[in-house]
Design a protein around this ligand. Sequence first.
Ligand code: PLP
Length: 846
Amino acid sequence: MFPFRTVSVTPKLPEAIGRLRELAYDFWFSWNMAGIEFFRSINQDLWREVQHNPVKFLMHVQEKDLVMASQDEDYLILYKRVIDLYDRYLTQETWFSRKYPDHCKDVIAYFSAEFGLHESHPIYSGGLGLLAGDHCKSASDLGLPFIGVGLLYKQGYFHQRINSEGRQEAEYPHLNFYELPITPVNNPDGSRLEVTVDLQGRTVFIQVWKVKVGRIAVYLLDTDTPKNSIPDRNLTGQLYGGDRAYRLSQEIVLGVGGVRALRAMSINPGAWHINEGHAAFLIVERIRELTRYMVSFDTAREVVRSSTVFTTHTPVPAGHDLFDEELIASYFGNMVAEMGIDFRALKDLAWDGERQKFNMTLLALRHSFMSNGVSRLHGKVAREMFRPCYSRLHPEEIPVTSVTNGVHVETWLAAELKELFSRYLGKRWFEQIAQPEMWAGVDDIPDQELWRVRRLLKEKMILFARTSLKQQRRRNREPLQHIIEVDDYLDPDILTIGFARRFATYKRACLLFSNLARLEQLVNNSERPVRLVFAGKAHPADSAGQDLIKKIYDFSMRPELRGKVLLLENYDIHMARHLVQGVDIWLNTPRRPMEASGTSGIKAAVNGLINVSTLDGWWPEAYNGSNGFAVGSESAYEDDEIQDRDDCYSLYSVLEEKVVPMYYRKTEGFSPEWVRLMKETIKSVAPVFNTGRMVAEYTERFYIPAIKRGKNFTDNNNYLAGHASNFKKLILDYWDQVSFVSVESSGRPKMNAGETIELNAVLSLGLIYTRSVAVEMVYGEVVEGGLKNITVLPMTLESEIAENIYRYTGRLTMPQGAFGYTVRVRPDSRDFPYQELPLITWAPVF
Ligand SMILES: *Cc1c(COP(=O)(O)O)cnc(C)c1O
């Protein structure tokens, strides 16, 4: 095609409403009722047509509409209110500035392959992206010196269509960047800021776009510039598209290009957060940068590690991002040469011996000061998964902790509920979102009022679902009768169950269909009927996921279920909002423990929906017996089929025996028990599972310690980093000289409470100094295969009894119960946690 220049022509804004454009470029509008009204009230139809995209809206709005608004008294009142709110939001004192006044300049950089900020900006595929989006919004609310780094996908994630055979068709929208709330990042001289990466010897140019999310910015990288070849221009084309080489290129653009873009903008973060392994190449680039300043490769690794944190979202080994050695070699050849190392050293940064691949999760794990899973259960599962990397540690000591996910409540809460909360919880309830005392006020909301809002939201959802379905059928050229009948689908008086998420097989969308007769009974009960609404995309390369869609479609067309089980197409943020605000029950049936966290159930809960879920992800932490329903048990299964069978039985009986009867005990025109359940859900979930709490937790436990450690390690020319690196090398070289000579214990098989055990250990340390080790007593409950809930206590160095042979003693008093105990020795340094050098030697039988 021939080259051309682009221009966007927009109507002139009347002066009285001159700041509309400024607000259009800040996603702040999207979580503020008034912010949305600000645009929508100018022209509702257009607002819908442009998918709630304010920039596109301003491009297409008629000048006369703007003039009318600027002369409308009511609009001007709204305008002033929004501008005041916005200015106050940007300038008021924040949680961070109060708590960490000394760290306001220490930027925290958050790298993620997807960001789900708003429906008008489809650069997300699912939960990972939504979490990143909500993380940014709360980072803004809390006032963190925070920036996001991601990729700007030209085609975004696909639009899903479901054809008249129930097959998913993927349609890739072509995003016009000039219609998005993003602005190009330029050099001071006005030219476009650009960085490059090397891909197999080709220089690939990357330009940068800025997205404003309240107080913070997200920088998005884009290779679609005429300076690149066509294939390279497409590198930031599709989210999770292409082959392995394409994925690797994208991840290099994100990780390596991302660091370079920040440097080019003179942003030098104090802490770096890797959100899932895709972004882990930032580690390699930062090591490379340091080696250019004559820092040794190993010291550079320590520097990088000291200020990096990593969040994993993958509960199964198969989910890790892996690359073949040859592929890595062909892409990193030049960089290896530049760093002055051989390829082997680069490969070893992330080599997964078990799978014989370069493993992005390992790259991140080995170079992060802190790592975490996204729920308590997932933390445990992740520690178990990474056990082979830490074979000498007790599984409980594996340095992968957890920070449980949340949602940005203001984004997901229905406007009608926000109003209700403002009335009963106080006007500024959203500023105390993590305070349970504030949420106790939910009890003051009269049942009737809460129920009235619930019903209203359901009616809105029903309208939305019908519109979507009619549109789909019209496009599929179905007979008129099929389109008209949709108006009879769903009913606000009927219990309605929602199930919407990616169609990944472990989520078991079809569980409820395993016993069709039972499902038909449930749905068609003449007094207490049930309706089901399904939605979700399957990755275009996931044929099993697409088969699930087809299956549900076919079920929904059976005469017994038609109009009662619905499948909606194109699940996105907009639809998610309608569903998590509008149905009664949020159904979630992942095969435990495959769901790292899940967040849609949280969105539903803050809106007063009732969760019916297997005890996976966030739910075991939240479920308290009176805030929803649990499906299945917490037991571990070896066999998927048996697990599915058991969970399926449990699901039917929960629905038949508990949920349906409770919902229909409408003694007050509604069921008072149900409303109590709703209130208990909101009170127990909202204060804990919100991203305000989550980001504060990341800040206190991860970001601030990483910033401090990063500074410590780099002060005086990376003195401590060099020291730590030398120490580790030395200990690694000499650790096999460490051994137990003898261990003596005064313990007997049966002892009285309060009695102490004297322990006496003699150790040979070889060339290692006593100050470089810690000798410890460990005890815990005896379980199959080892000890559980371990306690670790130090022993004291008593004397050197021969050259390099030392005696250590300790006294152990254990609580009542059956325990196992032992003694161990490990490296000990003030500079880093011992798990970074996991070289424990445990005492032999004594
Ligand atoms: C919240 C959300 C998700 C993630 O929900 P899960 O519970 O993890 O399945 C996915 N897609 C959209 C559009 C969402 O809003």
